[in-house]
Design a protein around this ligand. Sequence first.
Ligand code: GPV
Length: 816
Amino acid sequence: MTAPESNQSVESLKDDIQRHVALTLGSDPFPPRKGRYYLGLCYSVRDRLLGQWLETQRSYYDSITKRVYYMSLEFLPGRFLMNYIQALGMEEECREAVRDFGLDLDELLEEEWNPGLGNGGLGRLASCYMDSMATCRIPGYGYGILYDYGIFYQTIVNGYQHEGADNWLRQDSPWVLRRGHFMFLINFYGRSEAYEDSAGHERFRWVDTESVMAMACDIMVPGHQNGHVTNMRLWKAISTRDFELEHFNRGDYIGAVQSKVESENISKVLYPNDTSPRGKELRLRQQYFFVAATFQDILRRFRKNNYSSFDCFPDQVAVQLNDTHPAISIAELMRILVDEESLTWETAWTICQKTFSYTNHTVLPEALETWSVELIGRMLPRHLQIIFEINRRFLDDVGKRFPGRVDLLRSLSLIAEDNGKQVRMAHLAIIGSHTVNGVAELHSKILKTRLFKDFDNLYPGKFTNVTNGITPRRWLMQANPALSELIGSVIGDEWIHDLSHLSELAAYADDPEFQQRWQEVRKRNKKLLARYVLRKLGVGINPATLFDMHIKRIHEYKRQILNVLHVITLYNRIRSGSVAHHVPRTLFFAGKAAPGYMQAKLIIKLINAVGQAVNGDPAVGNDLRVVFLPNYCVSQAEKLIPAADLSEQISTAGMEASGTGNMKFALNGALTIGTLDGANIEIREVVGEDNFFLFGHTEEDVHRLHSGGYDPVQIYESNIELKKALDMISTGFFSPEAPGLFRPIVDSLLAHGDYYLVLADYAKYVAEQARVSKCYEDPALWTRMSILNTANMGKFSSDRSIMEYARNIWKVSPLT
Ligand code: GPV
């Protein structure tokens, strides 16, 4: 772009911003105020994207192409403004425009609230995939719920987690386009009624229902500088008029308003579901609400193309179930096809199986969804009938193929009998889909060989793997501008579209000049973070120390406790002077605990208590610092990750399905200390054994230890440093005001069998951490390892993942 043109575009952007401040917001543009001008900029950027969005949506219709429906109850998109600006390639223009008003773009960006419509990895993955679908021009949509309240806002009070309401829509978001004219009726409760059709066949209809409307709210997801803008459609619950009239007729005004409010509760709040929200009626209502609305939208589009038959439905529609949260879709599509479209059961079932595919994200038994037969029967009576019929035909088939195998029938059945009758949603998703995938190689292997072994035998080839990925746009270009620029200066910018280009950096791994520039960037990022921590917590940290980060949901299987035991061990070594010299470290923890998960909340308190003891001990000085950053979210991750030296990925082997934070760190040049779990294994494979700090029992070891013979007490008795650390926790060293406070943590490790094998991995972990420190003392070595991590992370672009889904599962190709 020539200079005069660019001046022109800056001037017209400035005009637009002021016009929006005055005419959209109704505010006086003078003097320029940050909050108003932030919004003025949002609307101006939005204007520039809307045309592309309309055009993309129109091109889907024009080309009558197969489309992907990515159904997810969670999305964590992070802030939109910079994402849109960079997608449009107008960063410099925006910087200049706001600078002319005496404002700073980076400060304006901080005005945006994070849409916290997800819990963690699963929701963030969905957003990385939306980004890649748009960038790879895969025709499709994201579908979900527009929660009024996202994941709770976390504060730390006296070391404890406090949950606050995240009313993110308090100020209208400029990004949410409400489609007030676009509503679908959603039914619940009532009963299934049998009747005879004109041909004398028994049919069913769902009657006497209560209903609510689903209103479409759209958010644009742009591809990177390619003019393609994908739609994310989130449903909001709106009460129906009928519902009100019924009350009004009885003269019950307050009752009318109350029932209106209650029906709108469906989209009120995201479930913080790390310990699963088993049996929560509202959660099942959310699932069906979003499924029923989405399918009405899918069918509306399908009908628009005037198809003569439903046989070609699977040639037009691919539905990806993001975990089992949308699995009731399978019963819903069967209901539509059989009850409303009058297809035979067999035809309908074939269509279903060709339409759906299912991604499993966990093997932890407590996180596998089940719904009681009683609840489904009450809320979705016709769906329960359909689920029973699916099960009857399925078990019939299994019985014929494996006569006499009652054990097999019991293990495969959609209905579990052991704990009151429960519908196993994973089983429904497996048999209703053509493909089931895990999210990393090890995880997919565990699905096939352990969790769903019998299903794999029954349906060879149905189970497959798609290793997760992350978008390099947000997680490198946007989060780490300094490193992006350095990379660009030696290998160009192709990596933004094709991350495999990063491999060209390997040639510079030993180049002293490049190493120095690499270190300068990392140092700069660490200083920026130190400033942020000082601002947020009032705690000073030293950027020259090793930044060691453990940031993710707080959960026992992620083993924050193992990290804490290492910190206490270092602390004891420093205090006793038993190490001649120590590599100074700053430990960063961040993450939320599910509000009902007491052990996880106690772990947060312990981290803070240890931090308080360590940070306040003059004997420690700068050598060890512990900070817990409250309210971990996408934007905070973007600040932390580019400043990390060490990434903690220390879950019990076999328990972390994939992990995606692990990828973000390695992409930004942090080194990983990790177990052979989830995607760690594949990261280590590509970055090289020498550039990865490995420790701990393998998945097979874990399986063996769980089968019997593991004795954590014996390990405790025989390891002096470990015993000392645990004794300090259990005797109140970190909680003098309440000495027994942390007993439950120590009990879980000693008295209750240490299910997550913390003690089993402690010694190896501490030893590997010593190797980390040693490497860190050799800057040339460390920098080389860091460069090689970034250089070899090409595989973990979500573009690669999305193209695998597109080719192997969805059978769709990019629009040209
Ligand atoms: I199931 N995951 C999540 O964040 N929430 C869930 O409810 C379930 C899974 C996570 C896994 O724990 C991660 O290992 C994985 O990387 C992520 O999903 C994306 O696949």
